[in-house]
Design a protein around this ligand. Structure first.
Ligand SMILES: NC(=O)c1ccc[n+]([C@@H]2O[C@H](COP(=O)([O-])OP(=O)(O)OC[C@H]3O[C@@H](n4cnc5c(N)ncnc54)[C@H](O)[C@@H]3O)[C@@H](O)[C@H]2O)c1
Length: 388
């Protein structure tokens, strides 16, 4: 080997050494960068940490659930297509929990099987809370196929992905609409389910899919059937802000607050001749903080190969007139009321028997209707345009 050849070789090995050094430094920086450590945290199971996939976590109930889970030290992945939810609520959560590995948001549609499978293959979930859904009874009668697709078919895809990726705990958001118009009140979990609109039917079908699958697997399943959800975070960080175009479909609390803010001239009460104490419809209003507490208790009590089905309501019915009075008190506004004839399809009285969930999960509703509305109003007053 001559001198020139020797020099060439040693300069090549120096260059290789330099390159290896640079590569090692880059790898070190990358491994220690927050995005690497964050994605590793989400993609690997960690002893003592429960990673929950919250579908629909940008929506009203899902965002409150994410807040509670994060507060209780769970790791949370929100998947939402933002069709109805608010990125604003996700931003609030991101600001409250900025540490790597606490919260990630993934924009995806649950109807996209490839996207859903990719999410499951890149993340190590321990449990799923499935909130994502379109959820308006009136709209479901106008667009039934949308409801069967979004609720029933998407739940099927989600359960298939859970089975394929070995995720074994599911908390499912169901509804009292699956019971239809039972003759006997209060509604217990064994009251026959006979839904009368596509929303209730789609949810019942999704329940059936989950229940049939659970018979062939060791999945831990909790099905929670909510009554009418109201209220918001007592510390005023989150609220209910449906897209304005859904105002027409809206729920009574939204309408009351809109009337109190002068966005609509007043409230229309439809039907004053029902066989109820004051002639108006009676419903069971459950506070969102109480509802989420039921979810956390359900998650804690979920057992492999076991199914729990629970009504989540207060057990107390309030009439529309009582609701409006409570809303007037909460807002301090003398809301104008117009009495109209009955709306077809409304039933007189719906309220739950919550004794099973009290007995088995040690859960009770703590907020009264008045407290719940007062808390929600505080948020609504300062968020006239929702999260915008
Ligand atoms: N609000 C109530 O009174 C009530 C009562 C009973 C049951 N529920 C159930 O609770 C759940 C949450 O309801 P909510 O009131 O928070 O509704 P919401 O509209 O505020 O939230 C639903 C969320 O799901 C998302 N979503 C919808 N379709 C999706 C899809 N295909 N892919 C990804 N994300 C999607 C929306 O963008 C939204 O963020 C629903 O399953 C609903 O049926 C609600």
């Amino acid at each position: 080997m001559d001198f020139v050849e020797l020099k060439r070789r040693s300069s090549t090995s120096r260059r290789l050494l330099l390159l290896a050094g640079i590569a090692a430094i880059c790898l070190f920086i990358f491994r220690n960068s927050s995005s690497f450590s964050t994605s590793v945290k989400f993609s690997q199971h960690e002893p003592g940490v429960t990673h929950v996939l919250v579908t629909g976590g940008a929506g009203y109930i899902g965002s409150h659930a994410s807040l509670r889970l994060l507060k209780d030290s769970y790791r949370v992945t929100i998947v939402d297509n933002l069709s109805r939810g608010n990125m604003g609520s996700v931003k609030v959560l991101q600001e409250l929990f900025p540490e790597p590995g606490r919260l990630q948001f993934i924009y995806a549609d649950l109807g996209d099987a490839a996207a859903v499978n990719k999410i499951f293959s890149q993340n190590a979930f321990d449990a799923v809370m499935h909130f994502a859904a379109v959820a308006y009874v009136g709209e479901s009668t106008q667009e039934p196929l949308r409801y069967y697709h979004n609720i029933t078919s998407n739940t099927l895809l989600l359960v298939k992905a859970m089975a394929a990726h070995g995720v074994k705990t599911l908390i499912y958001s169901s509804t009292c609409a699956t019971y239809g118009e039972p003759e006997k009140m209060p509604i217990t979990e064994v009251t026959p389910q006979s839904p009368i609109n596509p929303y209730g039917k789609a949810k019942k079908m999704a329940e059936d899919i989950i229940l049939d699958f659970s018979k062939t697997s060791d999945m831990a399943v909790m099905i929670l059937r909510y009554f009418n959800v109201i209220g918001s975070d007592p510390e005023g960080r989150l609220g209910e802000a449906p897209p304005p175009e859904l105002r027409e479909q809206g729920r009574i609390s939204g309408a009351c607050f809109d009337a109190a803010r002068g966005i609509i001239p007043g409230l229309k009460i439809r039907g004053v001749d029902y066989t109820t104490p004051d002639g108006t419809c009676v419903r069971d209003y459950i506070d969102v903080t109480d509802l989420i507490d039921a979810h956390v208790k359900a998650l804690e009590h979920a057992k492999p190969s076991k199914v729990g089905i629970y009504n989540v309501g207060t057990g107390k019915g309030s009439s529309v007139k009582q609701f409006v009075e409570a809303c007037k008190k909460a807002t301090g506004v003398d809301i104008k009321i117009e009495y109209l004839s009955r709306r077809p399809g409304d039933y007189a009285e719906v309220y739950s028997d919550p004794s099973k969930i009290r007995r088995e999960l040690n859960w009770i509703a703590r907020y009264s209707l008045e407290e719940s509305l007062a808390i929600a109003w505080r948020w609504q007053k300062v968020h006239r345009n929702g999260y915008n």
